[in-house]
Design a protein around this ligand. Structure first.
Ligand SMILES: C[S@@+](CC[C@H](N)C(=O)[O-])C[C@H]1O[C@@H](n2cnc3c(N)ncnc32)[C@H](O)[C@@H]1O
Length: 448
């Protein structure tokens, strides 16, 4: 859904979440569940709340400390999700220098011109441990371009990885544009430099923490990220020219793996406007090289072996370890089909996850919970919990709960019924809000 701001540019007031009665019932249930807990601490201060897609400028952020805890995800970022398209000989390649608007056709042409396997599966330089899935790359380049033209743009890429995405961006930017790429992993930086050199591809690759951007090379027209920070770094906003674009995976709730994709325009006042949110799943943007790709870096509150639990109620008296144990050995499991296995089911789970995050925010209770089984299986779940009850919907289409009549399961069922009743909305249909946080802008979703 794309909703325009009012004619005077004002931000539409947020309307109450769909249906007050279900919310009242949910509140009662969760309050019962959380009766030993202190009252909710209230929502984060918001500079703006707009339906995804709406335009709304937001005030400059005073440097207030945010509630960000360290601890992060993995989703569709591993491995190509469909066969490689090209079999072009590497030795015959250079980055193509055509001018073009980025749409499905021109992106396909760029994809055909850049040999993915040169970067992901090289006979000499081998394969790196992770690469963004092809479908996610194409989707998020289209999101970044926003039906515009990347030709001649000064682009900063965050998360070089294999080098493939940088090469695609160079193809789209053409000879009048520049692509600077930063990765925190020095080995990947060296590898990407060699691979670009092998194709005369003019991407400049530097090693550093993407949170800092690349100030020496600023200003940029576009920043495109391939890993998820917990907050839109203030450094990016400083380094993008007014009117320029930030397009990045981003945390949309304070629990592990709660990631969406944000496209926003930087204003003259160094704020964000024209916020557009989409579904996504990306690795975390850590502050050092991540050697444990399967486990989240951010917001982990309990661990047992390779399993983890992440709860929006951290800091209360209840014990996350107890809730993790309940989910690791659930007394109640039932099927809750989300769709056929594969991209359709993955997208449904992502949409449900975003909706649950938005509902949790709208209720103001902070019982949102994510859970990961660890190996074998690496099953992920999202739902609600307190210290004595827990229930999640897994990405494999199951409900797991501490017991059949768990209040957490009742709340999860209510939320899923509301999601289904609303036509299974995804991130695009939710309201997105940004607020000042420590070192940048925090992004959250709520019900439209
Ligand atoms: C999923 S990979 C994607 C790379 C690239 N899009 C591709 O398809 O090859 C994410 C990359 O982000 C990098 N990364 C993680 N945290 C980072 C940070 N703080 N600064 C810069 N890069 C980071 C990782 O090292 C990894 O190479």
């Amino acid at each position: 859904m794309t909703t325009e701001a009012g004619a005077n540019g004002s931000i539409p007031a947020r309307t109450p979440a769909a249906g007050m009665l279900p919310i009242a019932v949910a509140l009662l249930r969760l309050r019962a569940c959380l009766k030993a807990a202190p009252p909710p601490t209230g929502r984060p201060r918001c500079a703006a709340t707009v339906p995804a897609g709406a335009s709304a400028a937001v005030s400059p952020p005073p440097p207030t400390p945010g509630p960000i805890t360290t601890l992060g995800p993995l989703g569709e970022s591993i491995g190509p999700d469909r066969p490689l398209r090209t079999t072009v000989s590497v030795s015959s390649l250079t980055c193509e220098k055509r001018r073009r608007i980025v749409n499905a056709d021109t992106l396909s042409a760029a994809v055909a011109a850049v040999p993915r396997e040169h970067y992901t599966d090289h006979p000499v330089h081998g394969s790196p441990p992770q690469t963004t899935a092809q479908a996610a790359i194409e989707r998020d380049i289209l999101r970044a371009a926003g039906e515009g033209d990347l030709t001649g743009r000064r682009i900063l890429e965050i998360g070089t990885g294999t080098g493939y995405t940088g090469a695609l961006l160079a193809e789209l930017a053409g000879p009048g544009g520049t692509v600077m790429s930063v990765d925190i992993d020095a080995r990947l930086v060296g590898r990407a430099r060699r691979l670009h050199a092998g194709r005369n591809c003019p991407v400049r690759v530097v090693c550093g923490d993407g949170h800092d951007g690349v100030p020496d090379a600023a200003p940029f027209d576009v920043i495109i990220g391939w890993c998820a920070p917990t907050i839109v770094p203030g450094a990016w906003i400083k380094q993008v020219r007014p009117g320029g674009i930030i397009s990045t995976p981003i945390y949309i709730a304070p629990v592990a793996r709660a990631v969406g994709h944000l496209r926003a325009t930087v204003t003259e006042e160094a704020t964000l406007t024209a916020l557009r949110l989409g579904g996504a799943a990306y690795v975390d943007m850590g502050h050092e090289v991540n050697t444990t790709l399967g486990t989240p870096l951010f917001y982990v509150d309990a661990r047992a072996g390779e399993s983890y639990l992440s709860v929006a109620w951290r800091g209360r008296d209840d014990d996350p370890d107890v809730a993790l144990a309940l989910l690791n050995a659930p007394a109640h499991v039932e099927d809750h089909p989300l769709g056929e296995e594969g991209p359709q089911r993955a997208a449904a789970w992502r949409d449900a996850r975003a909706y649950l995050a938005a509902r949790d925010h709208a209720l103001g209770i902070s019982s949102l919970t994510t859970w990961g089984s660890g190996a074998p299986g690496w099953i992920a779940g999202v739902g609600f919990s307190c210290g004595r009850h827990a229930a999640v919907l897994t990405d494999s289409g199951q409900l797991r709960a501490d017991r059949k009549d768990s209040p957490a399961l009742a709340e999860l069922r209510d939320a899923l019924t509301a999601w289904e009743g609303a036509g299974r909305p995804g991130s695009e249909q939710l309201a997105v809000m940004v607020s000042p946080g420590e070192g940048g802008w925090q992004v959250r979703v709520t019900l439209p």
